[in-house]
Design a protein around this ligand. Structure first.
Ligand code: NAD
Length: 370
């Protein structure tokens, strides 16, 4: 079985799908690995580290490989080069990539879309959404700290004490909980809010106060559903004060397959403290704040809204390491005794498959394409 890791081609992507420390474990599965020259450069991993680990580094031939491992979706040209019936493992986000999904289908590629790996206990080690979100949440805590003109911890000095900053984290999934943990480590007073009641305990266990809005918007598969207008009004009533008292807000709220819910209105931003900072981690889906401009930092009156895109890429070294391990764990289900063996009765294989054998296997993606 041959695996190829091409150099990422999308702008601003610094991660790479394979790190040298994972190579040996992959080889134990009986695979031969090729990596395109310079594929690790942006993640600060030199070609020599891969060669030393036993990888063939050089130009790659997608037509001659059984499995392609990537971070971001391939181009249509790359799909055209791939061998019919070969396997692709990558983030895809089918609803944004209709032409690509059609190409994968028509080329009869078996594509495992990493964002489709089910969020079940057994698949945790393959859950790239979680591994990357954890790093993003951490980074959001740091961004909030550095964008503020204040410090986060309480500090006692010869000229008096400084009060700790107040940080509000909205959306307590994987990223939000890491944001809480990071802001807490830096000494901030932290509050958290989510619409899934089970997040209360998780929030409190990290030393943050849970802002209870009394809403229960648990949706399918452990995710949140969209709020009704009535619920939104109720949330706004409770949260406006918390928003106005915060020095920094970190937002991470998402609903699968939907644009990011707007948690902070323009009026609420206008009422924030001078110097307040919002770090909007939901920028990829349009953002959680009405003023958010995805990918940009916007000054609105006294407040600053920071809305970075592709945050995991900014932590390329660790993001690549975790992602590469997620791929390894998924590959262990796919390659057995040096051969590809797809068990379609395995929930992880069945759910993570976007295309296979000339068909679109994922229902939502199939709807998006047709
Ligand atoms: P996500 O990125 O889809 O959403 C982030 C958070 O935003 C969620 O907590 C969601 O409840 C919240 N949210 C949505 N609308 C909101 C609103 N209007 N106001 C406030 N908050 C709002 O979430 P995620 O980090 O991908 O995690 C999703 C779920 O999957 C969680 O239940 C998580 O515990 C679960 N999970 C399970 C496993 C596993 O068991 N293998 C692994 C990872 C995550």
């Amino acid at each position: 079985v041959s695996i190829t890791v091409p150099k990422e081609t999308r702008p601003n992507e610094q991660r790479v799908a394979l790190v040298p420390s994972v190579v040996q474990k992959l080889q134990k599965l009986g695979v031969e690995i090729s990596l395109e020259t310079g594929a690790g450069d942006a993640a600060l991993i030199p070609d020599a580290s891969y060669s030393a680990a036993g990888v063939n580094v050089g130009p790659v031939d997608l037509a001659a490989t059984d499995i392609v491992m990537r971070v971001q979706p391939p181009s249509l040209a790359e799909v055209a080069q791939m061998k019919e019936g070969s396997i692709l493992m990558s983030f895809i986000y089918a609803h944004r990539e209709v032409e690509l999904v059609k190409a994968l289908r028509d080329r009869k590629i078996t594509c495992f879309a990493m964002e489709l790996v089910p969020r079940i206990t057994r698949a945790q080690a393959m859950d790239a959404l979680s591994s990357q979100a954890a790093l993003s949440g951490y980074y959001a805590g740091l961004l909030a700290a550095t964008e503020l003109a204040r410090i986060l911890p309480m500090m006692t000095t010869a000229v008096g004490s400084i009060r700790p900053a107040k940080v509000l984290v909205m959306g307590l999934g994987v990223a939000g909980l890491q944001a809480i943990a990071t802001a807490r480590r830096l000494g901030a007073m932290v509050e958290g809010y989510d619409v899934r009641p089970e997040t209360k305990e998780q929030c409190e266990s990290l030393g943050a106060k849970f802002v209870d809005t009394g809403i229960d918007a648990r949706g399918e598969g452990g995710y949140a559903r969209e709020l009704t207008d009535e619920e939104k009004a109720k949330v706004a009533e409770v949260l406006t004060k918390r928003i106005q008292q915060a020095d920094a807000i970190i937002t991470t709220a998402a609903i699968p397959g939907r644009p990011s819910p707007k948690l902070i209105s323009k009026a609420q931003v206008d009422g924030m403290k001078p110097g307040a900072v919002i770090v909007d981690l939901a920028a990829e889906g349009g953002g959680n704040c009405e003023y958010t401009v995805p990918g940009e930092t916007t000054q609105v009156g006294h407040a600053k809204i920071v809305a970075p895109l592709n945050v995991p890429s900014l932590l390329a070294e660790h993001a690549s390491e975790l992602y590469s391990k997620n791929l390894l764990n998924l590959l262990e289900l796919i390659v057995k005794d040096g051969a590809i063996n797809l068990d379609w009765d395995d929930e992880v294989i069945a759910k993570a498959a976007l295309t296979h054998g000339g068909e679109i296997k994922n229902e939502a993606a199939s709807k998006a394409v047709n």
